[in-house]
Design a binder for this molecule. Sequence first.
Ligand code: EPZ
Length: 418
Amino acid sequence: MQKLIVQGGAKLRGELDLQGSKNSALPIMAAAYLCRGECILHNCPKLTDIYAASRILNYIGCKCSFADNTAVITSAQSGHTAIPEELMQEMRSSIIFLGALLGKNKTGTVSYPGGCELGSRPIDMHLSSFRKMGVDIKEKFGRITCSVRKSIHGAKISLPFPSVGATENIMLCAVLADGETVINNAAREPEIKDLADFLRCCGAKIKGDGESSIVIEGVKELHGCEYTVMSDRIAGATYLAAAAAAGGEIIIHKACVGCMEPFISLLDQTGCSIYTIDDGIYLRSGLRLKAVRDCIRTMPHPGFPTDAQAILMAALIKADGTSVFEENIFDCRYRHTDALVKMGADITVLGKTAVVKGVDRLYGARVEATDLRGGAAMVIAALIAEGKSEITSISHIDRGYEEIELCLQRLGADIKRE
Ligand code: EPZ
């Protein structure tokens, strides 16, 4: 089992090209299945979740290959429409392929996606939306079997919560459906707009993406296209938080600054200097960070992103003062705090609230990554701890960060993979 070895204390200095977005590339790969012909995706990050998605695509009849950060996906007209449980279990977001299977074949069978470290991951909104579009769904022994008596028709769907995955799944099912689909209370995350931009590039008729109401007019066919995936705003937040906490100055190129605004506006309050430059972000951090005065509440976009909660927390554990977090999206997203406390952090978790009292010193320790963003938080904490830390179970981290140790080495960190 691989692990990361970190020697804390180094300031970070240097420049970095930001990776492509995992949470955009995954639904776009599922969307490529809907197209007749070849899709070329640039800026596709090299991540284990991306390779898991390519295994699913190959199984359902596509040819999916990678050359560096470019994926080439050619969709065949036939293939399996039932994804085996072992492929579904490789990543939680595999449920996104159900929308694609339905969109293309009007049938599909999947398993419940792997639960994950963030608590239960229900898909009730996905399934109830498909039912409104004319899909018959049978759930038995963990398998979800979908069929359509006549056709998949457009529908007016109001989501009880702006679920990212449900919004994406409805889009994938609706782009080739009969008639118009309206998604009210749709997710507004930047990855939704990136998926819509890709689908429009393939001939889809979509408007309102990025707002709360998305309108999709079904078309007969989608053609292939060449597309560049947006940059990963959470990976960007991770490297900014690392430099803010460790001190120093970095430039992150190819960052989508607008998409990162909810995070940057909070990081700005800690006293580091952050400037937008031509193709990215410059950050300089000198003195001890200040605690964030107001409660940090995770919310759907354009609120503060839940994926950045652990990351900002790690940056604040040595801040001057007390910061308070409120996790409103997932019911189990503080599992990283035990490891941070083991390193000397002063964190008290009460339900969805976490109180972080800044400490003067952190100490290197052997910790185990609990989930993707929690693991990244441990890396940040190790960078600002005294002495050596070992982080195990780093397969969690490799799901969402492309070569995290090489990126941080490039910025001057003493980190290596063993
Ligand atoms: C996406 O997950 C992201 N994953 C997550 O990023 C991110 O944290 C999340 O959106 C919120 O922004 C990908 O894009 C692959 P949701 P998703 O549906 O789609 C509940 C990371 O670290 N819910 O918006 O699963 C759900 O339980 C990952 O990169 C239902 O109750 O998120 C959660 O509490 C982690 N029923 C809340 O909604 C449903 O049918 C938000 O979930 C669907 C969701």
